[in-house]
Design a protein around this ligand. Structure first.
Ligand code: FBP
Length: 249
């Protein structure tokens, strides 16, 4: 069994995600949060249990990341949103490279239901093998998207995503919560011993976000992998504190 101790605290997780520059382009950013050092500062002052970067930022800002002492998670695949069509995200960084950069876990997106699902599954298989040899936890961004998801409900897809992630050897599965508490409970149950974290999504009101968080934790999910709701906030450390009070209450 792979230990999650290096990227969790008392079994709970709060990851600061910052791979949106690749996934969405810099449209999510302003003059402050366009700077990776601003994000590293939030992760450090907010004592996040880990922060998530792509290889390029992990390399160029390695000194600052190491100095922060916040555990690093490297996202091994990614894509821009410029190309439309069936989603596919291919590997851009190896487990070995991630380990050399100091990663304490690695992440990988799978678009379950895409015509390219099998390509991502076979890359993931190798990643799990390499990472587990080095005792590194693997987190799957489990995003059902593409032709195969048509006509399926979001609740059904959420549980399929977590179950599939258990079956393929993920240690943590990151899903987008559809707002239905009983569906989330089922998705967490379906994940078995694979732990579930929830993606933050586009920025919403603080009140709404904290309310949802309570339901998320009741479901048995272990926490959040959140980006925009934090670093787009005017007071990122205040909202961090409120989130932590709910997670580690
Ligand atoms: P946010 O909290 O900002 O939504 O970040 C979570 C995340 O999973 C990022 O890691 C990733 O870049 C982004 O969402 C992908 O979102 P999408 O594919 O829905 O555009």
């Amino acid at each position: 069994m792979i230990s999650l101790n290096k990227i969790t605290k008392k079994g709970k997780a709060l990851f600061l995600a910052y791979d949106q520059g690749l996934e969405h382009g810099p449209t999510d950013f302003n003059d402050k949060n366009v700077d990776p050092n601003y994000i590293i500062g939030i992760a450090k002052k907010g004592k996040y249990t880990a922060m998530i970067f792509q290889k390029g930022i992990a390399e160029k800002y390695n000194k600052e990341i190491k100095k922060s002492k916040i555990p690093l998670i490297i996202k091994l695949n990614g894509k821009t949103n410029l190309l439309k069509g069936e989603p596919v995200s291919k590997q851009l960084c190896t487990v070995d490279e991630a380990v050399k950069l100091g990663a304490k876990a690695v992440g990988y997106t799978i678009y379950f239901g895409s015509e390219h699902e099998s390509e991502m599954l076979s890359e993931f298989e190798n990643i799990v093998r390499d990472a587990h040899k080095k005792a590194l936890p693997v987190i799957v961004w489990a995003y059902p998207r593409g032709k195969g998801t048509e006509g399926k409900s979001s609740s059904e897809l959420m549980a399929y995503a977590t179950r599939a992630s258990l079956e393929i050897g993920a240690d943590i599965v990151k899903i987008v919560y559809n707002g239905n508490p009983s569906a989330l409970e089922w998705a967490v149950k379906s994940a078995g011993k694979t732990k579930v974290v929830i993606a933050g999504g586009a920025k919403e009101s603080e009140k709404e976000f904290l309310f949802e968080l309570k339901n998320i934790l009741k479901s048995g999910a272990i926490g959040l992998a959140v980006g925009r709701n934090i670093w787009q906030s005017d007071k990122p450390l205040e909202i961090t504190k409120k989130i932590k009070n709910v997670i580690w209450r």
